[in-house]
Design a protein around this ligand. Structure first.
Ligand code: SF4
Length: 360
């Protein structure tokens, strides 16, 4: 069953130099129980996409087209109060830097309990300034929300959750803070968890543990997850399907194993070639030359053209549309003819891929 359906989403920021098209005609779906990855370099529009989905685009940014549907209902038609109810309830977010997301003046347990109180009817919601809350929240520690906070810290494998719930964020390690954020995000049993660079600030071992936990928690809490990251390793580790974003547009999407086994868009191929892999120790990684263009009035039809090793003059004139891209099969007879096994769940937006790929 489709949980989230984003169609033709366009988010723009007017600036003095022109209109920044941060998200440009993006489609993305997430089925119930799926982990979907949205991957791309910094500046590709991934975070603005997530902000658009949950209705927190910063002004003067504005959604100018498309639709975002959750359980079939458009979120773009909702009032801010309704969206606030959905955020932290049906949809939760985890950000890269938990230190900036956690309140340094409240204990971790109080913050998780407060998230529960705001979205569940546990009869003890306290909407007061942090310092006042800190003084009075002690009385609520036998309440349902506090018990839920302990339960959630236990679920994300914080040792001695009852005593650690009394700690302030600065008393947690980076990995524990990120776990606490995940605990807070899952405390209200969301249908969808959006995790924006959830492991970027962590060392590799902790990163792997947190990704493992996310996968387990997804099953335990019956949630779907959208992971936004620049790190293909993260995506390969946990995602069922992946969309690759470049300069505000999705350029390739496929099931994760298919994408990594058979990347077809030159940008995805470049990303994979520039990512270190334990099972393929290469002497040298090959970075993609150049940088993501500023998203103001991009003058070339395929946004990747100036960085693409396969670019042709047509690529600067014709905007590539999505089409199924064939799995390139090795010739059975060892000859030079290659077969193509088109699969509809693997699509790329490149003039040199798909049924007419030898046209240019
Ligand atoms: S359309 Fe052309 S420039 Fe764009 S990715 Fe394909 S080959 Fe490269």
């Amino acid at each position: 069953m489709t949980l989230l359906s984003v169609e033709g989403l366009r988010t723009q920021f007017p600036t003095q130099r022109g209109v920044v098209e941060a998200v440009n005609d993006v489609d993305l779906t997430i089925e119930s129980g799926e982990i979907v990855g949205l991957v791309g370099e910094s500046g590709s529009g991934k975070t603005v996409f997530a902000e658009s989905v949950v209705g927190i685009v910063e002004e003067p940014g504005e959604i100018v087209g498309g639709d975002v549907r959750l359980h079939g209902e458009s979120l773009l038609d909702k009032f801010e109060a309704e969206l606030r109810e959905i955020r932290g309830g049906t949809i939760s977010m985890v950000f890269q830097d938990p230190m900036n997301s956690l309140n340094p003046t409240l204990t971790v347990g109080e913050q998780i309990a407060e998230a529960v109180r705001l979205h569940q009817d546990v009869g003890e919601s306290v909407r007061l300034p942090a310092e006042v809350k800190r003084k009075i929240l002690g009385v609520a520690k036998n309440g349902e929300a506090w018990r839920r906070a302990i339960e959630m810290l236990e679920a994300v494998e914080i040792p001695e959750p009852e005593s650690r719930a009394e700690d302030f964020p600065h008393e947690f390690s980076g990995g524990m803070r990120q776990r606490a954020m995940i605990a807070m995000a899952l405390a209200n049993n969301p249908s969808l968890l959006i995790a924006d660079e959830p492991t970027t600030a962590l060392d590799v071992t902790i990163q792997a543990q947190i990704l493992d936990e996310l996968r387990d928690l997804k099953d335990a809490f019956d949630a779907s997850i959208l992971i936004i990251t620049h790190d293909l390793g993260v995506v390969a580790e946990v995602c069922d399907r992946v969309s690759v974003m470049y300069a505000g547009e999705i350029v390739e999407r496929a099931p994760a194993a298919e994408l990594f086994g058979n990347p077809r868009h030159p940008y995805t191929q470049g990303l994979i070639a520039s990512t270190p892999r334990i099972d393929d120790p290469r002497d040298r990684l090959e970075p993609i030359g150049g940088t993501v263009p500023e998203l103001v009035d991009i003058p070339y039809a395929c946004h990747f053209a100036p960085r693409c090793p396969e670019a042709r003059p047509e690529c600067y004139e014709i905007h590539p549309e999505f089409r199924p891209v064939g799995r390139v099969l090795a010739p059975a007879d060892g000859g030079s003819d290659r077969g193509r096994d088109s699969r509809p769940d693997h699509e790329a937006a490149c003039l040199r891929r798909g049924p007419e790929e030898d046209r240019l």
